[in-house]
Design a protein around this ligand. Structure first.
Ligand code: IVH
Length: 713
């Protein structure tokens, strides 16, 4: 199986004989690949490639068959849904086929779908504008059909190939959210009703399951969908029962709502399902009958509102607690479902609005090693650029030697790349069936790629280090760190600029910044008179940075912004910190023995003390703030400030909080005591505070809190 997932050469309408043979071969190759991946997905419940790559294969084959009808063959995977069933479970034929959904990926395609509805329903545009749609999250789990007779659960089946699924009744009975009996008044119980929905694993349960798997030395599941499928398709229902599976019910199939026309059985007397005329009513019935119906579902009018729903859901997709891969848009009016019917694989009355994929495959071109400011050598992947999670990814960290071995990724592999939301891109693992022959495991280099010095991995540690303090790679990183935002914040000094200044001999280390004159810069590549003067001014401004910034800039192990703030609060200036013993350091709130030892160790080094003295000579402020003698009214409290306050700068407000023993972090969590909101606050912080029910204060509320230590009543 070595079929590239990317679409092949564009198919021309009238192909030459040679090209025709090529197209035929490509179609055969695509069919083979699709069947193989169907089997991995549906039968082994262990797909090898992301859905988006699978979809690309199907899309390519579908386009090829549409352009060249002579290439279409009976039983092509483009006509099928899912995969043939296995022998693990008894077959269960679906009375109404379980279909797939056509997809759209943007507003234009959504509007084109709308125009098709308008045409098929022979509607005037103004009537079409009044069409109502039910919008639902597209749950990334596996679809299930559950049949009730006279209100009792009698059968549950997976989708299988859409016509015949697997009988998983015993397993589905163990899912707590699936009612064993419909909770409807006796008069409303239908003779027979089929409920369809998605079995899924909530993210928290997925993480817990993988933690258990790891502890037991068992294989980890790649994602919640695979874990849900693996959990449902168990021979032993007690295993399914232990997996915290959930259900979202989203469709009713009963005698009178068969979009495909075949009557299952006459509806019973007073049958609630028989009276269903719209999808929103179906969901309401499901809710009343005791099924979980997703709360993100909405009934809207017109495609603009549908699009707004999809865009909003996409924004929030990572805060739902379960994975979704899009929205499903369904015409509300069930009579229209009947008029529209279905194609060979999908109904015409519904469409999936798919979100941009968060996993794709690409080529791992090489594994390289970068050197950080502490000398840590981090392996990273150089990837053939791929669009994933809304951006183009060409680099991804592989963290350390063990991670590379554990994932068994090798240069030359096709790998799965994942980028979800704001999370940094990750190489998930290789697609083993696509590994070319002769590809060897990667070995950690024994020499630093930048200075040629030895790379050392200490016994019991995960990381490998370049131990040459003069390594140019480390030096650039150290100096760039010194100039960075949370440190001395020297504008315009990124990694490349720093490397340039070191190479040109303008600076040897960060303390040299304070001797740089505009003349030294003028004439260097990229420096004109103005930019040279600007950089000197930016360096000058950094002389007055507050003490915590200076502490961060020194690059002491374990000293980030929070610890630096605690040290500054505890000692007031750098001289007192340098003079403090390990015990005195550890007596400060927020400083534990490890940090205290690290700080003491740093200032015990002659080289470091010499560096600090050069900074003093260069005019850098060592902090003058008196140690806080304010009452520690906010001890144990955490107060977040967002937006602009009239009477205080953000720094002043935060200092007033920390000066009284409180914390003032940059983000809101369940442990936040209160959020102080000024004008133009950060939307995310405010929204999170509201979501978590954290008290929100205005400026007067802050003043009260500072004075009394209590939240205003
Ligand atoms: S409706 C014929 N609603 O998406 C109607 N499907 O790509 C199809 N899915 O097989 C089902 N959430 O497994 C529907 N709210 C939802 C859904 C949903 C997830 C899955 C389902 C289906 C697949 C179609």
């Amino acid at each position: 199986m070595k079929t590239a997932a990317s679409p092949g050469a564009a198919a021309g309408r009238r192909a030459s004989p040679g090209a025709a043979a090529g197209l035929q071969a490509r179609a055969a190759e695509l069919r083979e690949a699709i069947s193989y991946h169907n089997d991995r997905y549906y039968n082994a419940a262990e797909p090898e490639i992301p859905d988006a790559d699978y979809d690309a294969l199907v899309d390519e084959l579908r386009a090829l068959e549409a352009e060249h009808p002579e290439l279409a063959v009976a039983g092509s995977p483009t006509e099928q849904v899912g995969a043939p069933i296995t022998t693990l479970f008894a077959p269960a034929a679906h009375k109404v086929p379980m279909m797939s959904l056509d997809k759209v990926v943007n507003m234009d395609e959504l509007l084109a779908w709308g125009r098709r509805l308008e045409r098929l329903l022979e509607m005037a545009p103004e009537d079409a504008a009044a069409l109502r749609f039910v919008c639902e999250p597209k749950i990334d789990g596996l679809s299930i059909s559950i049949t009730y007779e006279h209100g009792e659960l009698v059968r549950a089946a997976t989708r299988g190939d859409g016509r015949v699924g697997e009988d998983v009744t015993q397993n589905v009975r163990t899912i707590g959210e699936v009612p064993a009996r419909l909770e409807l008044p006796p008069g409303e119980i239908p003779t027979e009703i089929e409920v369809r929905g998605e079995v899924y694993l909530p993210l928290a349960a997925f993480e817990e399951l993988n933690a258990r798997q790891q502890a037991a030395g068992l294989r980890l599941f790649a994602n919640p969908r695979n874990a849900a499928a693996g959990s449902l398709r168990q021979r032993d229902p007690s295993i399914t029962a232990s997996r915290a599976l959930g259900l979202w019910a989203y469709q009713v199939v009963s005698a009178d709502v068969l979009a495909q026309g075949t009557r299952v059985e006459a509806a019973g007397e007073g049958d609630a399902a028989a009276e269903l005329t719209n999808q929103s009513g179906s969901l309401e019935l499901l809710r009343r009958a005791g099924f979980p119906v997703n709360g993100e579902t909405a009934l809207v009018t017109g495609l603009d509102a549908v699009y707004a729903y999809c865009a909003d859901l996409q924004e929030r997709r990572h805060s739902l607690g379960y994975e979704i891969d899009g929205a499903v848009v369904k015409l509300d009016d069930i009579s229209l479902h009947r008029s529209l019917g279905a194609t060979s694989h999908a109904p015409r009355w519904a469409v999936a609005y798919k979100f941009p994929p968060e996993e794709r495959t690409t080529l791992l071109e090489d594994i390289l090693v970068s050197i950080g400011r502490t000398g840590r050598a981090t392996p990273f992947a150089r990837l053939r650029p791929v669009r994933v999670g809304g951006s183009t990814v060409s680099l991804a960290s592989l963290h350390n030697e063990d991670q590379v071995a554990l994932k068994d990724v090798r240069p030359g592999d096709t790998v799965i790349v994942r980028k979800a939301g704001d999370v940094i891109p990750e190489v998930v693992g290789p697609v083993l069936s696509m590994r070319p022959e002769g590809v060897l495991p990667w070995r950690f280099p024994s020499e630093c790629p930048l200075c040629g010095g030895q790379l050392v991995r200490l016994e019991g540690e995960a990381d490998t280090y370049c131990v040459n303090f003069d390594c140019p790679g480390q030096k650039v990183q150290r100096v760039a760190h010194f100039a960075s935002r949370s440190a001395m914040d020297i504008e315009g000094l990124g990694e490349q600029r720093v490397a340039q200044l070191i190479d040109a001999g303008v600076i040897g280390d960060a303390a040299d910044f304070y001797d740089v004159r505009a003349d030294d810069l003028y004439g260097l590549e990229g420096f004109g008179e103005i930019s040279a003067r600007n950089l000197v001014a930016a360096i000058d401004a950094s002389r007055k940075r507050p003490l915590p910034n200076l502490l961060v800039a020194l690059g002491i192990r374990h000293v980030g912004s929070t610890v630096a703030q605690a040290l500054a609060d505890g000692f007031g200036d750098l001289d007192h910190i340098m003079a403090a013993s390990e015990e005195e350091l550890a007596s400060v709130e927020g400083i534990g023995p490890v940090i205290a030892a690290s700080v003491a160790h740093f200032f015990a080094s002659g080289a470091n003390l010499a560096f600090v003295e050069r900074l003093r000579g260069g005019g850098v402020s060592f902090g003058t703030r008196a140690v806080s003698e304010l009452p520690r009214l906010l001890e144990g409290k955490s107060v977040v400030v967002t937006g602009t306050l009239a009477g205080w700068s953000r720094e002043e407000a935060e200092a007033a909080i920390t000066g009284r023993g409180g914390k003032s972090p940059g983000s809101v969590s369940a442990r936040t005591t209160a959020v102080v909101v000024g004008s133009s606050p950060g939307g995310a912080k405010l929204a999170r505070a509201k979501e978590l029910g954290v008290p929100i204060l205005d400026e007067a509320g802050l003043a009260k809190l500072l004075e009394t230590g209590e939240l205003p009543g």
